[in-house]
Design a protein around this ligand. Structure first.
Ligand code: ATP
Ligand code: MG
Length: 445
């Protein structure tokens, strides 16, 4: 992409309404525009990162054997009356009537809809296990929408639902989700710690939330600092292997890590004092096992091996796709701007032309642009007639992890400069070597 043709409405001033850094930087980097409280338009750069995050979620769900599908945003109240949640959900549910006076609502989550699909089409235990998910816009009329996309009213969420014959099978689905989520967040450059949590209006017994530690997090969390040493890495897990998934589950959830809702001061006191930490966290996902709560209320049964109908065991699993943009920025920025992890960066590298209009510099930038594009990567070329300082400031603000700087002086010696956004370190090398280095970096992501 050439900056001169892009739509990137960067703001020079700090927007007064933004209280936290991620909100401020998303506005300043021209990623989002608020339309009303907690409701945003996603401008090209913000939308690009949203898509990258979404793609990682899709890839990891596919790896775990889960089926992507999509359910409507506007749903009939009737289904929600069956489960009893139409009244129970309260003011967070946005309700409306169609022209015939029928009660409708904008989906805050989709347990009812998926259970209805399931009961219409699945009749036998032989069709299990089954996990389907969607990535879809949700609406919750939050009392206090704030912090930009972190607590929106309209937000983008992955919600998945597993259907199993027995509790044991459903707990495997639970563990499988935990494993897939660990991989998902790490690919985004994030450490998200599974913590024992409270189930809220979804209901159920077993649930973990995934929290990213950040001062601006809305949840208070208590944990054994040993949990921050755990990384999933590139383990090759067979998602059908019950014991393997259970082992990962045990490894990542045995040490003390809880949100304030489930915090137990007595148990916490058993953690060695120097490892006992209290901090703030951003909830980026949650997994639930809730057994037969919905299948019994909505008569979602299958014929068991003995021919008798049994209600299926279910769980639901969510990832805050749009909130993740805020969480990633909270975890990765400095006073100049965003620092995108390679896995989610909107463009793979920036090209800064120090002397636009100079034949040699222009030609060198064009050649770099072509070579990087030929690798299947996307450069963002700042080809504007602006002074170098302004170009650097924009690149630092929008946070591309790598920048190639091209100027007449370097070109005289046959070199360009490759700079890491994270460390600020620069290295001079030939344009070919810079392209090669970019290729190597992204071969790992
Ligand atoms: P919270 O406690 O933050 O209100 P929740 O527990 O009600 O969230 P879930 O039903 O678990 O939310 O939804 C799954 C994921 O969707 C959450 O882990 C979170 O990352 C994201 N999410 C929930 N509410 C919002 C919101 N208002 N804005 C943006 N993302 C949200
Ligand atoms: Mg939650």
């Amino acid at each position: 992409m050439r900056m001169s043709r892009y739509f990137l409405p960067v703001l020079k001033e700090n927007p007064a309404e933004a209280q936290i850094v991620s909100h401020r930087l998303m506005l300043r980097a021209g990623m989002i525009k608020q339309s009303s409280a907690g409701i945003y338009s996603w401008l090209p750069m913000g939308f690009k990162v949203l898509r990258k995050i979404e793609n990682i979620v899709h890839e990891e769900q596919a790896r775990a054997g889960h089926h992507a599908m999509q359910m409507p945003t506007i749903q009939s109240a009737d289904l929600w009356r069956e489960s009893g949640r139409y009244d129970a959900y309260g003011d967070e549910m946005l309700r409306m009537k169609d022209r015939h006076g029928r009660d409708m609502l904008f989906t805050p989550t989709a347990e009812e809809m998926i259970t209805d699909i399931f009961r219409a089409h699945v009749g036998s235990y032989k069709d299990l296990p089954l996990t389907m998910y969607q990535i879809q816009w949700k609406f919750r009329d939050e009392v206090r929408p704030r912090f930009g996309v972190m607590r929106g009213r309209e937000f983008y969420m992955k919600d998945g639902y597993n259907f199993d014959l027995t509790k044991e099978d459903a707990l495997h689905a639970y563990n499988r989700h935990l494993v897939s989520y660990l991989r998902t967040y790490e690919r985004m450059g994030l450490q998200a710690i599974p913590m024992r949590a409270d189930s809220g209006p979804i209901g159920g017994d077993d649930t973990h939330e995934f929290l990213v530690l950040a001062e601006t997090g809305e949840s208070e969390v208590f944990y054994d600092s040993a949990v921050t040493d755990l990384t999933f890495g590139d383990r090759d897990i067979d998602y059908d292997n019950v014991a393997q998934c259970a082992a990962v589950m045990e490894e990542f959830t045995t040490k003390y890590a809880r949100t304030d809702e489930t915090h137990d001061a007595g148990l916490f006191a058993e953690v060695p004092e120097e490892r006992r930490k209290t901090a703030r966290g951003i909830e980026v996902g949650q997994i639930f096992y809730f057994g037969t709560k919905y299948s019994e209320a909505m008569k979602a049964t299958v014929q068991g091996p003995d021919g008798k109908p049994v209600p299926v065991h279910m769980g639901s699993h969510g990832i805050g796709v749009s909130r993740l943009l805020g969480a990633i920025i909270e975890a990765s920025h400095d006073d100049k701007g965003i620092i995108w992890p390679e896995g989610v960066t909107p463009y793979h590298c920036g090209i800064v032309n120090l002397k636009q209009g100079d034949d040699e510099a222009d030609a060198a930038c064009d050649a770099l642009y072509k070579s990087i594009t030929a690798l299947g990567l996307e450069p963002l070329y700042d080809d504007r007639k602006e002074r170098a300082g302004g170009k650097f400031a924009t690149m630092d603000l929008i946070g591309l992890p790598w920048r190639i700087t091209v100027g007449p002086r370097g070109l005289k010696n046959g070199v360009v400069e490759l700079t890491s956004r994270r460390t600020g370190e620069s290295e001079e090398m030939t344009p070919e070597a810079a392209v090669q280095k970019i290729a190597e970096i992204y071969a790992q992501h």
